[in-house]
Design a protein around this ligand. Structure first.
Ligand code: ADP
Ligand code: ASP
Ligand code: MG
Length: 450
C-alpha cells in the first residue's frame, strides 16, 4: 500500500505543527511519500520580494532565515541541529542566488516564489530523522517532477514524471525511506522551476500519486474536509463525507480553495481515491473523494464561487449562422492561452467569461479580428461565477427556477447561466459585490443554517 500525503502551509507552519505532522506520518501504515507546501506566510513573503525592488538582499535573506530558524530552534539541538544547519545554510545560499537573479527572466518569479518548499521539506525530514524514521528531503527536480507550460501556470508532464519518479523515488520506498518532496512546482525541460500556480502543492501531490501508482492520496489541511461552502464565508458550512471526482473537480475549478483547481484529474485517471483531512484533528474521518458514491436525496451538496472574472460580449449580426467566425474568435483567445470559464451564445452575440487580468490582452487579440465583422465588444468587469453542485440539481424539474428565485432574494442579477454543460453542477454569474449574499442564501435555503 502506497499513500501520498500532502501537508499544506498551516499544517507545517510551526514547530508544533511539524511535530503533529511527523506523528501523522509515523502512524500511517505502508509506504509513504510526502509532499509539502511552504510554511504558512512564506510564499506570500516571497511574492512580496518579487513584487518590490530588491534594495537590500541581505535583509531579505535574514528575514527568510529567521522565519525558519525560530521554528527550527524549537525542534533541534546538538548534533542534529548542526547537521540540519549545514544543509539549511547551503539552501540559503541558493536562495540568495535565486533572489539576486535576472528579474527580466520570465521564470524569475517562479524560481523565487517556489523557494519556501525547499526549506519546509528539509525541516520535516529532520523532524522525522529525530524520531528515527528514515527520511530524505527531495526537491521536485531531484524527485523527477517535470513541468511544461507558461510561467506561474505550469502543468505536469505525467508520463515523464512517472518515468522520473520510478527511477528516483521508488527505490527509496523499497529501502524504507520516506521521501519528503517539495510541492508547488516541477522542473521544465531546461531544469528550471516552473510553478503550478498558487496553491499548486495539491496538484503536485496528485501528480506524484499518479506517477508512482499510489493506492491513496491524502490532502492534509486545516479544516475537517471538503465542506458545503467556504467556512470563512459560511461558518455553518458542514463537512461532506463522500464526493465523486466530478463534483470535487467542478467545485475546485470554480473556486473551492481547499483543492487546487487541477488536483482531481491526475488521480481520477488512475482511479486513486483522495481524502481531505484535518492535520489538527487526525482522528476525524475527513472527506473521501472517489469514483462512485451513494446518491443522496439532497438538492445541493456544496457551493463555490470563482471571483475576479469579466464577461466579454461580442456582438455581430446573425453570428449564430457564422460558426467559422465563432471558431476564429475562440482560436484567437486560445492563441494567447487565456482560460475561458464559460461561454454562451445567442443569435447575434457570443459572451465569454475570462479572468479580470486577461481582459486587456483578450481585447487586443480580438481587435485584430475586427475587419467589419464585429459590430461591438462590451466588457463587464468584476463578476463572479457561482458553482452549485448537487445530485438532483439538474434532474428535478423546476430546480433551477427555484435557485434563481433564491438568488433574487439576495437582490442579485444573474448575468449569465451555464446549465447542463456538466452533469453535476449549475453555474451562473453574479456581480462580485453580491457573491457572499448569494452563497449565504443558497446555503441557508438548501443546506441549512445549522
Ligand atoms: P492548505 O495550506 O492546507 O493548502 P488552503 O488555505 O489552501 O490550505 O485551503 C484550505 C482552506 O480552504 C480552508 O481553510 C478554507 O478556508 C478554504 N475553503 C474554501 N472552500 C472550501 C470548501 N468548500 N471546503 C473546505 N475548505 C474550503
Ligand atoms: N506554497 C504555495 C502557495 O502558497 C503552494 C501551496 O501552498 O500549495 O501558493
Ligand atoms: Mg492549498
Amino acid at each position: 500500500m502506497i499513500t501520498v500525503m500532502k501537508f499544506g502551509g498551516t499544517s507545517v507552519g510551526s514547530a508544533e505543527a511539524l511535530n503533529r505532522v511527523a506523528n501523522i506520518i509515523a502512524d500511517t501504515e505502508g509506504e509513504k511519500v510526502v509532499v509539502v507546501s511552504a510554511m504558512s506566510g512564506i510564499t506570500n513573503f516571497l511574492v512580496s520580494v518579487v513584487d518590490n525592488p530588491l534594495t537590500d538582499p541581505d535583509a531579505v535573506v535574514d528575514q527568510f532565515r529567521n522565519k525558519h530558524l525560530i521554528e527550527a530552534s524549537q525542534l533541534f539541538d546538538g548534533d542534529i541541529m548542526n547537521e540540519f544547519r549545514a544543509e539549511f545554510d547551503t539552501r540559503l545560499e541558493a536562495f540568495r542566488t535565486a533572489i539576486m537573479g535576472d528579474r527580466a527572466n520570465p521564470l524569475y518569479r517562479d524560481n523565487v516564489v517556489s523557494q519556501g518548499e525547499r526549506f519546509s521539506s528539509l525541516m520535516l525530514s529532520y523532524v522525522l530523522k529525530k524520531m528515527d524514521i528514515k527520511s530524505v528531503a527531495l526537491s521536485s527536480e531531484q524527485a523527477g517532477i517535470v513541468a511544461v507550460g507558461n510561467p506561474m501556470a505550469g502543468s505536469a508532464d505525467l508520463l515523464k514524471t512517472a518515468s522520473g519518479m520510478t527511477m528516483k523515488v521508488k527505490p527509496l520506498l523499497a529501502m524504507g525511506v520516506v521521501p519528503i518532496i517539495t510541492g508547488f512546482y516541477g522542473a521544465n525541460e531546461d531544469g528550471v522551476p516552473l510553478t503550478f500556480g498558487r496553491g499548486g502543492s495539491d496538484y503536485s501531490a496528485a501528480v506524484v500519486a499518479n506517477a508512482i501508482d499510489a493506492d491513496m492520496l491524502e490532502i492534509w489541511t486545516d479544516v475537517d474536509g471538503f465542506m458545503s461552502a467556504d467556512p470563512r464565508i459560511i461558518p455553518s458550512a458542514i463537512k461532506i463525507d463522500e464526493m465523486n471526482f466530478g463534483e470535487a473537480a467542478e467545485l475546485a475549478y470554480f473556486g473551492a480553495k481547499v483543492l487546487h483547481p487541477r488536483t482531481i484529474e491526475p488521480v481520477r485517471l488512475k482511479h486513486i481515491p483522495l481524502k481531505v483531512k484535518n492535520s489538527f484533528k487526525p482522528q476525524e474521518p475527513g472527506t473521501l473523494i472517489h469514483h462512485l458514491r451513494k446518491s443522496k436525496n439532497e438538492l445541493l451538496r456544496s457551493v463555490a464561487a470563482k471571483t475576479d472574472l469579466s464577461i466579454i460580449t461580442i456582438s455581430s449580426a446573425e453570428i449564430a449562422y457564422r460558426p467559422a467566425m465563432v471558431a476564429r474568435i475562440i482560436e484567437k483567445i486560445a492563441d494567447i492561452d487565456v482560460i475561458i470559464y464559460s461561454i454562451s451564445t445567442s443569435l447575434s452575440t457570443v459572451a465569454f467569461l475570462v479572468h479580470n487580468n486577461d481582459v486587456t490582452q483578450t481585447l487586443r487579440q480580438l481587435n485584430g479580428l475586427n475587419g467589419g465583422d464585429i459590430e461591438r465588444i462590451d466588457v463587464k468587469n468584476n463578476v463572479a461565477l457561482i458553482c452549485a453542485v448537487g445530485d438532483n440539481l439538474l434532474d428535478k424539474c423546476g430546480v433551477s427556477g427555484d435557485i434563481f428565485g433564491a438568488v433574487k432574494e439576495a437582490d442579485a442579477n444573474v448575468e449569465m447561466i451555464s446549465e447542463g454543460a456538466s452533469d453535476v453542477s449549475l453555474n451562473f454569474v453574479v456581480p462580485m459585490g453580491k457573491v457572499i449574499d448569494v452563497v449565504k442564501v443558497l446555503h441557508d435555503r438548501y443546506i441549512g443554517d445549522q
